[in-house]
Write a protein that binds this ligand. Structure first.
Ligand SMILES: [Ca+2]
Ligand SMILES: [Ca+2]
Length: 219
C-alpha cells in the first residue's frame, strides 16, 4: 500500500512539472489582453465575426465570470453567440472565426483548450482547427463536446507538422449559428495552449521514477 501511494504521489508531481515547464506558443492563450465585449484582441488573435442584425456581433471577447475559465472567476473568454443568427425575420445565420498563426517548424504538437457548451447551442458546425502551412490539418468537433454548461478541457494531441512547416494556425470556427429560441444556447472558449511535447517532461518523469526506486531501496 505504501509503495502504491509513493508512486501516485510522484506521478502527480510529474504531471505538475510537465505543465510548469511547457511553454505556450500562442500569444495570450486566455484572451486576457482583449477588450471586453468587443472583437478587439490586443494580441496576435484575429476575431472575425459578422453582425446578423446589423449591430450585434456573432462572437466577441466577453469580460464576465460566466464567460471565462474557470467559471465564476473574473476574466475574459471567447463567446460564440449562435443566437444572433436568424433571430429576427430576414437576419442571416451567425458566422465567426477566431485565428492565430505562430512560427513553428516540423514536429509534434499538442493543443489544449477549454469549452463551455450550453445545451441548446445550434450551428451547422463549430470546430477547433489546427493546421500547418505544409498542409497538415486536424479538426476537433465542438458540437460533440459535453453540452453541460460547464468548462471542460479538450485537446488535439500528437499533431504532426510535416517537413517544410514554417507556421501553425489555430482556429475556432462557428458556421451558420442560429437562434434556437430556447436558453441556454451559447458556447464559450478559453485558455488555448499550444506546445511541443517537452523532452524535459520525459527527463522529469525519469527523475521521478528514480525517486520511487530510491524510496523503495530505503525500505
Ligand atoms: Ca480567459
Ligand atoms: Ca440580435
Amino acid at each position: 500500500m505504501k509503495r502504491f501511494l509513493i508512486g501516485a504521489c510522484c506521478a502527480a508531481l510529474v504531471a505538475a512539472a510537465s505543465q510548469a515547464t511547457a511553454q505556450n506558443l500562442l500569444d495570450d492563450g486566455g484572451f486576457e489582453l482583449a477588450t471586453g465585449n468587443s472583437s478587439t484582441s490586443n494580441s496576435n488573435w484575429v476575431l472575425t465575426a459578422d453582425t446578423p442584425d446589423g449591430t450585434n456581433l456573432s462572437a466577441q471577447f466577453q469580460d464576465a465570470p460566466w464567460a471565462s475559465n474557470p467559471l465564476g472567476v473574473a476574466g475574459i473568454g471567447l463567446w460564440f453567440k449562435a443566437f444572433e443568427g436568424q433571430q429576427a425575420t430576414g437576419d442571416p445565420a451567425a458566422n465567426a472565426t477566431l485565428e492565430q498563426t505562430v512560427a513553428a517548424g516540423p514536429g509534434t504538437y499538442n493543443l489544449s483548450f477549454y469549452v463551455r457548451h450550453e445545451t441548446n447551442f445550434t450551428a451547422d458546425s463549430a470546430s477547433v482547427v489546427l493546421s500547418s502551412d505544409a498542409g497538415d490539418v486536424a479538426t476537433f468537433d465542438l458540437l460533440a463536446t459535453a453540452n453541460d454548461g460547464a468548462y471542460n478541457q479538450y485537446s488535439i494531441n500528437g499533431f504532426l507538422a510535416s517537413a517544410g512547416t514554417t507556421s501553425l494556425t489555430v482556429q475556432a470556427v462557428m458556421v451558420n449559428g442560429i437562434d434556437a429560441q430556447a436558453n441556454p444556447q451559447s458556447m464559450m472558449l478559453d485558455d488555448f495552449f499550444l506546445a511541443v511535447p517537452e523532452p524535459g517532461a520525459v527527463a522529469l518523469a525519469g527523475l521521478a521514477l528514480a525517486g520511487v526506486a530510491a524510496a523503495r531501496r530505503r525500505r
